[in-house]
Design a protein around this ligand. Structure first.
Ligand code: DP6
Length: 400
């Protein structure tokens, strides 16, 4: 008997121009366009297996081995329904195709990074879901078409359907048909962009993106200024910086947009704080690191950005990452040895130090654990279809 099954993996993306605000909460249509860098799946990814089988009772989904409820009309149900509808269309056009759209599906998904690390898993998760269903259903749909569906799972997920540098065009239509992701440049255009993720210790449970951004839309006057007068110019300018591989311009825009996103969070009633003292200390270190570079006649060497939590993502050309790790470790000693996927350090490991001319008084040193871990990665490719050996479902149709 034929087994109808497919496995795919999808990457995490971290925005340089932030998505924050919806004009339609059901369809997940944003109040502004956004732009992100896709990170390398060799380091961070979600993997998903989907199987369609007439013997299954109903659609079921497991995340990291734990079953999640697929609520009627919820985000998961919507994505599955939309993918099924595309398959149905195909079956109607070509009656020789097996009628698998009618079968219930079992879906198992796994993140290779701890959810507790506070890294956005919804983006890679919904992108992997859509990519695996697309492979299962053998859809001819391109990545932008699939991004329309991933968007309805989680807005930022639409950008994880592409590798490299990706824009989510907000669109204008009420039905959302023009609100999808497009590639600005593939990773091969600028492979030198690396990222250092500083996982910051976070005790308290913060405000979710979904509810936080809705409160911002309802109460922040600054958001109106941002969406009308700031983001359109920045989208154009950062796209141009990427095309020209101009890191200085890329870094300035990225940091300014992170700052403004956190400013509109603060402008929300009641105010929302995502960054903490450790986040702000990392900003001070990157600002000083860049100041020294510019004082020596050079250009910006690193850019920080923060999402809806205290973790820092530092973008930099590969050649600067060694200095940046040494800098961060000097102020934030690590309990564990730095995982060095690009072999920057020899057997001696990281030697904590600052570059010559650095004003060490810009931040106070913290104890072990303030920054829990450091992840070095780089710009990566889009979703991958994997082989049968990578399946997360056993022959019984349940998670392995
Ligand atoms: C700060 O995509 O998680 O990371 O659409 O409600 O699921 P929903 O929100 P989500 O928001 C991401 C917000 C952000 C900025 C960004 O990724 O652009």
């Amino acid at each position: 008997m034929t087994v109808y099954q497919a496995t795919a993996s999808a990457p995490v993306n971290i925005a340089c121009i932030k998505y924050w605000g919806k004009r339609d909460t059901k369809l997940i249509l944003p109040t502004n366009s956004s732009l992100s860098v896709t990170l390398d799946q060799d380091h961070l990814r979600s993997t998903t297996t989907s199987r369609a089988d007439p013997s299954f009772d109903k659609d079921r989904l497991w995340l990291n081995g734990v079953e999640e409820e697929i609520k009627d009309g919820g985000r998961l149900a919507t994505c599955i329904k939309e993918m099924r509808a595309l398959r149905k269309q195909l079956e109607e056009q070509d009656p020789s195709l097996p009628k698998i759209a009618a079968f219930p599906v079992h879906i198992a998904s796994h993140n290779n990074f701890p959810t507790a690390a506070g890294l956005a898993s919804s983006a890679s998760g919904f992108a992997a879901l859509v990519a695996s269903l697309s492979a299962l259903y053998q859809l001819p749909a391109d990545a932008s078409r699939l991004s329309l569906i991933a968007r309805q799972g989680s807005g930022s997920a639409c950008r994880s359907l592409f590798g490299g540098f990706v824009a989510w065009q907000m669109g204008e239509r009420a039905d959302g048909s023009d609100s999808y992701a497009v590639e600005v440049a593939p990773r091969e255009h600028w492979p030198d962009i690396h990222a250092l993720i500083c996982v910051v210790n976070d005790e308290k449970k913060g405000t979710s993106s979904t509810s936080g951004m809705q409160r911002t839309v309802e109460t922040s006057p600054l958001l109106q200024h941002r969406i009308q007068h700031v983001v359109p110019q920045r989208m154009a300018a950062i796209s141009e910086a990427i095309r020209a591989r101009d890191f200085d311009a890329f870094a300035r825009i990225t940091m300014a947009d992170s700052n403004q996103f956190h400013a509109v969070a603060l402008d929300t009633e009641p105010p929302i704080f995502y960054m903490n003292d450790v986040s702000r200390a990392i900003i001070a270190l990157i600002v000083e690191y860049n100041r020294v570079a510019v004082a020596n006649g050079g250009k910006l060497k690193a850019a920080y950005t923060y999402d809806a939590g205290p973790n820092a993502v530092i973008y930099a050309p590969k050649e600067n990452i060694k200095e940046i790790v040494e800098l961060i470790v000097k102020y934030f000693p690590q309990a564990e040895k730095f995982k060095d996927p690009f072999g920057l350090f020899g057997a001696a490991g990281v030697q904590p130090q600052v570059i010559p001319g650095f004003n060490e008084a810009v931040a106070k040193p913290y104890g072990v654990g303030a920054v829990k871990s450091l992840i070095h990665t780089r710009v990566g490719d889009g979703p991958r279809t994997l082989s049968a050996e990578d399946s997360l479902l056993g022959s019984d149709g349940l998670p392995k």
